[in-house]
Design a protein. Structure first.
Length: 120
């Protein structure tokens, strides 16, 4: 799963699919032209690459996800924490909050998440 990566433009393209799936490859190309100013060939090339990575599938011109948006970004976040902070979520949060102050509602949400995790 470590190969499941996308650049910024691929992520924007993937969001078009995730927001509209199932969607025809032709409609993806049209929406990518409108949103990203891409040519049809660029869309088809990127779609093929994302299908080869196992993120989407294209069956008879209809594209749908094999991995949800939430699952994909969860995997990316986990990989980032593993590679950058030796898997330590507290080390990540400490680094994150050094330059960005958390809002009270963010702190409450984090507490709620920890409480829910402890109950499991």
């Amino acid at each position: 799963m470590s190969e499941l990566q996308m650049g910024t433009n691929e992520s924007k393209f993937a969001d078009i699919i995730w927001s509209n799936e199932p969607i025809s490859a032709a409609m993806i190309a049209k929406r990518a032209e409108e949103a990203l100013n891409w040519k049809k060939t660029t869309s088809y090339t990127v779609l093929k690459r994302l299908c080869e990575k196992g993120i989407f599938k294209n069956e008879k011109g209809i594209v749908s996800s094999l991995i949800s948006r939430e699952e994909f970004y969860s995997m990316q976040s986990e990989r980032f924490v593993e590679e950058t902070f030796e898997g330590s979520l507290p080390a990540f949060l400490a680094a994150f909050t050094k330059r960005k102050e958390l809002k009270p509602e963010e702190i409450a949400e984090l507490r709620r998440m920890v409480d829910e995790y402890e109950v499991k």
